[in-house]
Design a protein around this ligand. Structure first.
Ligand SMILES: [Zn+2]
Length: 482
């Protein structure tokens, strides 16, 4: 009887508290590659500003290390640090054959991406949701035998700057949400990264590209309304990393490994350098200490670590793909191998604690508070946030929903019942179902107490052992307390 009473009360409270007529929440995750946290400070960005008023703006977010495109995007999709998801570099490489493939070709190397961690598309689909992806790094591959339900990968030599194509892609994704009822889509734009590399983060060209991104944000929100998705679509806009100016022209002493005394490329069996400010080395057998000792302290702006000694906060050590010696340069510097071959005016790949490496973050939609500014957080937390909104159980990850939960509106506020009429209907519905549940509960109590009386009577008649009545005494005292 106690059990029945508890169940009834639980049911009643669940029905009373549950939001009604709530459509399933959708999530659109957008990345504007290389959009640094402060890029809206020297450009007029009315649409990004409006998005902050209508939703949530974080001061900045912290990407995982290594702060380059494919690894950090896979963190957005999995909530795992790079050492844990295994996509440790933009370039697929094989230390035995010495092969290295560039960024675009590496997007198609399945075993590089599919190495034990499932991106959110697959997890969502396995829990009855529908997922898609357009141009987001990782889209081309198959994970544990599955791909996103709808996937579109850009062709080689794609023009990532074309604003008309941005609009076409945006409308295509909104069509997926509306016409095919997708629940989650990841959407990638390759700028302002390209312009930041080519012209530098302080250039007028970068500012013009940020203005284009802002126009696109306005277009995205207009497209949401045109497709009538505003009551159930949540949009998260962020990036994979920031950008920093490279110092050259005699301003600094460049880092050129071949010029460092005691260091020789002939002591290495494989290396990955000439890739911005980061590098990894595989010394030949027995040569590790020689290589390490030659490089350590050789340049005041070059950091040299054995893999096992990497600083904990970088989370870039515990993966067999990470090579035994890791190098990174301070802001302003890049690491050259034999001689300088890098001519970008802007770079990323630095320590993720550097402010220049921090991306921006905006979120808007029925799940989010309005006009809320929040402090910084790590991008590993975006994954559990998205899983929560989608109502799916996340895979093992390095994020924590509690870090970002304050951005979410309460359960009632996330329902799209914003009109007074709908809200009143909802209250009426709740009151009715609540009363019905309480009524049902009282009827059950009445029936059970009648049944008990009969049982007692028959017990007395049969002069059974009094121990039979002990549990009933207990039940009585508890039931009357309700
Ligand atoms: Zn990038």
């Amino acid at each position: 009887m106690l059990w029945a009473a508890s169940l009834c009360l639980l049911l009643a409270s669940a029905v009373l508290g549950a939001p009604t007529n709530k459509p399933r929440q959708k999530v659109l995750l957008i990345s504007f590659d290389g959009f640094r946290w402060d890029y809206d400070r020297d450009v007029d960005t009315p649409n990004l500003d409006k998005m902050a008023v209508d939703g949530v703006k974080a001061l900045y977010v912290t990407p995982p290390y290594l702060t380059i495109t494919s690894p950090t995007h896979f963190t957005l999709l999995t909530g795992r640090y790079i050492e844990n998801h295994g996509v440790i570099h933009n370039m697929w490489f094989d230390t035995t054959s010495g092969q290295k493939w560039p960024y675009y070709q590496s997007l198609f190397v399945n075993e590089w991406w599919d190495n034990g961690t499932l991106p959110i598309w697959i997890t969502a689909q396995r829990q009855g949701r529908k997922a898609g992806s357009l141009h987001f790094p990782g889209t081309a591959c198959t994970y544990d035998g599955e791909t996103a339900m709808i996937q579109e990968v850009e062709p080689i030599l794609y023009d990532y700057k074309n604003e008309t194509a941005w609009q076409v892609n945006t409308d295509k994704v909104m069509g997926w949400f509306r016409d095919q009822d997708l629940d989650f889509v990841s959407l990638y734009f390759g700028e302002p990264d390209g312009t930041g590399h080519r012209h530098g983060p302080d250039s007028p060209q970068r500012r013009e590209m940020v203005a284009q991104v802002d126009r696109q944000v306005g277009y995205i929100r207009e497209s949401v309304n045109r497709h009538e998705l505003g009551d159930r679509l949540n949009i998260i806009i962020t990036a994979d990393h920031g950008m920093s100016t490279v110092l050259r022209g005699g301003l600094v002493e460049e880092i050129i490994l071949s010029k460092i005394p005691g260091f020789s490329f002939s002591d290495l069996s494989f290396h990955l350098v000439d890739y911005g400010p980061s590098g990894m080395l595989l010394p030949k057998p027995g040569m590790l200490d020689k290589v390490y000792n030659a490089l350590k302290g050789a340049h005041p702006h070059l950091h040299v670590y054995k893999k096992e000694d990497m600083p904990e906060h970088l989370h870039f050590s515990k993966n067999e793909r990470i090579l035994p010696i890791i190098l990174w340069a301070d802001i302003g510097y890049v690491i050259n191998g034999y001689f300088p071959v890098q001519f970008n005016k802007g770079e990323h790949g630095y320590d993720n604690q550097e402010m220049d490496m921090k991306p921006f973050f905006r979120a808007v939609g029925p799940a989010f508070h309005r006009n809320l500014q929040v402090g910084p957080f790590e991008t590993v937390n975006i994954y559990p946030l998205m899983c929560h909104i989608l109502g799916i159980k996340p895979e093992v990850n390095d994020g924590n929903l509690n870090v970002v939960r304050h951005m979410l509106a309460t359960s009632e506020a996330t329902t799209p019942e914003t009109t007074p009429e709908k809200a009143q209907n909802s209250i009426r519905h709740n009151v009715f179902t609540g009363l019905a549940a309480v009524g049902g509960f009282l009827i059950i109590v009445f029936i059970l107490s009648l049944a008990k009386k009969f049982t007692r009577k028959s017990h007395k008649d049969r002069r059974e052992d009094i121990s039979d009545n002990l549990p009933e005494k207990d039940e009585d005292s508890k039931v009357t307390s309700f």
